[in-house]
Design a binder for this molecule. Sequence first.
Ligand SMILES: [Zn+2]
Length: 352
Amino acid sequence: MVTKIRSLVDKIDTDAGHHKRSRRLQKDLLTLIATGSVPTTLRALQKKWGMKKPIAELERAIASNEFAIPKALHATQTLDWTPKQATKEFGQVLRVVREAQNLGGKLGVLIPELVLGSGNGRLPAFATELEDRLQHVEVVLEQRAVAALVLPAIEAYMVPKNKKDHFTEVGGICFGHAISCSKPTHGKGEARRTCFHVEFCTTELRARMTEDEVHPSPLSERVLDSASGVLLPHLEFLGGFHSHPYKRKKWGKSSSMAQMKGAEGWDLSEGDRKYLRREANGPTIEGKPPRLEIVVTVAEMKRLAKPGAGYRHTFPFCVGRLRVILAAYHVRSDGEARPVDRLVCHWRSLED
Ligand SMILES: [Zn+2]
């Protein structure tokens, strides 16, 4: 396999005749190894250069074993696996993975960006399946972070903004640490356990806030990111948060709790998902796409009641007569979000 890749690269070098074209075709070759599909430019030229057979063979080899090679490469690029771990999990792929990594280095190409670019910002199915299967994601919220998430959400819930908006959503960004470690899988390899430890959150004052949505301001995010680099140099940008207010006033006689439960109000809305996909493809904060999104749902209770147990990605509690549900979502590299495997809050309400 390695000799095939090398000989194809050499053939492109000799036959392309033009440095720029040769680079482009080598990039196409790398795209084939990383995604399993042949880019159109390479497909068009393969016959002309008598490369039809070797490229078809390579295509077959890449697609074999349920895309073991692209999966292994993806695991080393986005899940921080070593090529050796990838070989343990996916079979004899060590040399190909190294060869592809070298080709990427030589071309100055970031393989994850190449993969996203070839799918117009969407990950191929094998990669999403892999990320979901091999990543166990936890979010830990420090007590201060819980307060910083919930206090602005409650203020915007209780205090009218103007005559039109009796309450609004709020949003902001979260900082902390992303810690990764290995966890054995049922196979021979290892899954990645990623823990997002959220230590600090700040509300975006200039975000456009209404009863139904909050539009983050790209300029605010850039300003906050650069200033936080000075003020919080020990923390990294992890993602965003926003609130989902359920207010009796808006829903008439129907209780806001019933509305919230009926709509599973702690879930991301279609608009939220669209926004996250857009962010992943053109991050507002340069090179730092959001990796998590926290939803702070607030509803008013008719009478005092204890919160239920919730789900693995939620944390329900009460603040006076308000029911608050925190829910955490992991945002994959293609911007698709899914509930995290575990949400831990280092805080407990005295009222519960
Ligand atoms: Zn939302």
